[in-house]
Ligand binder design. Structure first.
Ligand SMILES: Cc1cc2nc3c(=O)[nH]c(=O)nc-3n(C[C@H](O)[C@H](O)[C@H](O)COP(=O)(O)OP(=O)(O)OC[C@H]3O[C@@H](n4cnc5c(N)ncnc54)[C@H](O)[C@@H]3O)c2cc1C
Length: 440
C-alpha cells in the first residue's frame, strides 16, 4: 500500500520503476508483451482506493474513494459501501474518527485488548464486523478479530487512512515477489561489492568472551565459516531456536543457544504463534473479469487477484485465504466444489469444465499472530551479545507482520550496526570507515 513508505524507498533505491494506473486495472507484462513499447513497471500504483466486493448472497458493492480532497474522499468511500445499512456505515466513520484522535497512552493500553473487544466497545455490530472490520483485519494482520491486538489494528488503520492521500493507494506487483523485492536489491548490492549467498542455512553464531562475562560475535557457521564483526540475525523467531552459539576458542556449541541472547526469556519465542496463508492459483477457460483484485465476503476465499492471460490463453487468477485453518484443501472434491461455487460470484456462467488447473500453495508460517499483549515480547535490534543484531518483521516495529515492518526493521538494524555497539567510528583522511574495537 501507499503507506509502505520504507518499502517504497527500498525499491526506489534499487532502481525499481513504479508505474501509475489511474483506472484500477492491471496489465501483467506477459498479457501485452508483444505490443509493449516501454518496459512494464514491476509495481503498479492504483491511485485512489477502489475495491469491488461480492457477497455470497449475491450482493455487491465498491469501496471507492470519492473525488473530494483527502480525507473527505475516504468518507465518501465509506458512505458508498452499501453492503451495510447506512447507520452501520456512519458507525464505522465514528469509530474511524475516534481512533484518529486516540491519545498515545490510550493506544498503549489497548494492546491488552483484542480488536473484537475494542470494536464491540465502539458499538460496532455483527454486520459491520463481518462485512468491513474482519476483512480489513484478515488482510492486514492475517488473523481473526478475536486474536488481533486492538492497538496494532488502530496503528494499521491510522497508517492507511490518516497518513495522507496516497497512503490508501494499493500497489500491485506485475511480477512475482522475488523478482520485485529481491532481485533488484540483490543486483544493487552486488554492484556495490556485496557477496550474497542463498539456500544455505546458518547453523551457529560464533562468539568469544569479552569482559564481565559478556560475549561478542566472531562469525557465523553455515556450510563454511564466515568471520564477522557484526551479525544481523533476520530469521523468524521460531527459526532462532535452530541456531546454536559456538564458542570460537573451545568450539563448544550450545543448541538453540542464540535464543537466550536475543529474547527476554529463552522460551518467549514460543509466544510467536505462526499464522497460515493459503494461496490458490486457478486457470480458467472463461473470464472471471479483469479487475486487479476483488474482495469476497461470506465465503472461504477472501480475495481474487487477476494475474493475466497465460500462453495458452487461459485466464489466471490467484485467490487468497488469510488465517487459513489448514482444512480447506483436505478433500480435493469438496475443495473444487467450493472454488467453483465461490468463483461463480465473479461469473455465474463458470462451469466445472472451465477450470483447467488448480494449484494451492499453503504457507503454514506466513506471519505470526499479532495477539493482544505480544508487543512486550517483540525484539529490539540490539542484543546482549556485542555485534549481534536482530531484524525482521517480529522485531519491535510497531506494525504487524508485514513487508513494511521487515524493511523498517532492516533500516533500524543497519543503523544500529553503523552506530556500532563496541565499534568505533574512525574519521580518517579518506571515506569514513567503521572499525571494530575488538581487533578482528
Ligand atoms: C503468502 C504470503 C503472503 C503475504 N502477503 C503479504 C502482503 O500482502 N503484504 C505484506 O506486507 N506482507 C505479506 N506477507 C508477510 C511478509 O511476507 C512477511 O512479513 C515478511 O516476508 C517478513 O520478512 P522477514 O525478512 O522478517 O522474514 P522472512 O521473509 O520470513 O525471511 C526470513 C528468511 O530467513 C531464512 N532463514 C530461516 N532460518 C535460516 C537459517 N538458519 N539460516 C539462513 N536463513 C534462514 C528463511 O528462509 C527466510 O528467507 C505475506 C506472507 C506470505 C507467506
Amino acid at each position: 500500500m501507499g503507506c509502505y513508505k520504507a518499502t517504497l524507498r527500498y525499491l526506489t533505491e534499487a532502481g525499481v520503476n513504479i508505474g501509475e494506473n489511474d483506472a484500477p486495472r492491471l496489465h501483467p507484462p506477459h498479457t501485452h508483451a508483444h505490443r509493449a513499447a516501454a518496459p512494464v513497471p514491476l509495481l503498479q500504483r492504483m491511485r485512489g482506493l477502489a475495491l469491488p466486493f461480492r457477497h455470497a448472497n449475491g450482493n455487491s458493492a465498491w469501496l471507492r474513494a470519492g473525488g473530494g480532497p483527502h480525507p473527505l474522499s475516504l468518507v465518501q468511500a465509506f458512505l458508498r459501501y452499501d453492503l451495510l445499512p447506512l447507520p452501520a456505515r456512519l458507525g464505522i466513520m465514528r469509530t474511524a474518527l475516534r481512533l484518529r484522535w486516540l491519545s498515545h497512552s490510550a493506544l498503549q493500553n489497548l494492546d491488552a485488548y483484542s480488536a473484537e473487544d475494542w470494536l464491540r466497545r465502539c458499538a460496532q455490530g455483527k454486520e459491520a464486523i463481518a462485512l468491513f472490520w474482519r476483512p480489513v483485519i484478515l488482510a492486514t494482520m492475517n488473523t481473526e478479530p478475536a486474536d488481533a491486538s486492538a492497538k496494532l489494528l488502530i496503528v494499521v488503520l491510522r497508517e492507511i487512512f490518516f497518513a495522507g492521500a496516497e497512503a490508501a493507494d494499493i500497489l500491485l506487483p506485475t511480477v512475482g515477489l522475488s523478482q520485485l523485492l529481491i532481485e533488484p536489491v540483490r543486483q544493487t548490492l552486488e554492484a556495490r561489492g556485496a557477496r550474497i549467498r542463498t539456500g544455505v542455512a546458518a547453523t551457529a553464531v560464533e562468539t568469544y568472551s569479552i569482559s564481565d562475562g559478556r560475549l561478542a560475535v566472531a562469525g557465523v557457521q553455515a556450510d563454511e565459516r564466515y568471520a564477522a564483526d557484526s551479525v544481523v540475525l533476520a530469521v523468524a523467531p521460531w527459526a532462532c531456536d535452530k541456531i546454536a552459539t559456538v564458542d570460537r576458542d573451545s568450539s563448544v556449541a550450545v543448541r538453540g543457544g542464540i535464543v537466550q541472547w536475543i529474547l527476554p526469556d529463552s522460551l518467549s519465542w514460543r509466544r510467536f504463534i505462526p499464522s497460515e496463508i493459503l494461496s490458490i492459483h486457478v486457470w480458467t477457460t472463461r473470464s472471471l473479469g479483469e479487475a486487479p483484485m476483488t474482495g469476497l465476503l461470506g465465503t472461504t476465499l477472501q480475495w481474487v487477484f487477476y494475474k493475466g492471460r497465460s500462453r495458452d490463453a487461459s485466464w489466471h487468477y490467484s485467490c487468497t485465504v488469510s488465517a487459513a485453518s489448514g482444512q480447506e484443501t483436505t478433500d480435493p472434491v469438496v475443495f473444487r466444489a467450493l472454488l467453483l461455487k465461490e468463483l461463480r460470484l465473479l461469473n455465474p456462467e463458470l462451469a466445472v469444465d472451465d477450470i483447467l488447473h488448480i494449484l494451492p500453495v499453503r504457507e503454514k508460517r506466513a506471519t505470526f499472530v499479532p495477539a493482544p499483549g505480544m508487543e512486550q515480547f517483540r525484539l529490539l535490534p540490539q542484543t546482549s551479545v556485542q555485534g549481534l543484531f536482530v531484524a525482521g518483521d517480529a522485531t519491535a516495529t510497531g506494525l504487524p507482520s508485514t513487508i513494511e515492518g521487515a524493511v523498517r526493521s532492516g533500516v533500524v538494524a543497519a543503523e544500529a550496526v553503523l552506530r556500532g555497539e563496541g565499534e568505533v567510528y574512525v574519521p580518517t583522511g579518506g571515506p569514513s570507515q567503521v572499525r571494530n574495537s575488538s581487533h578482528h
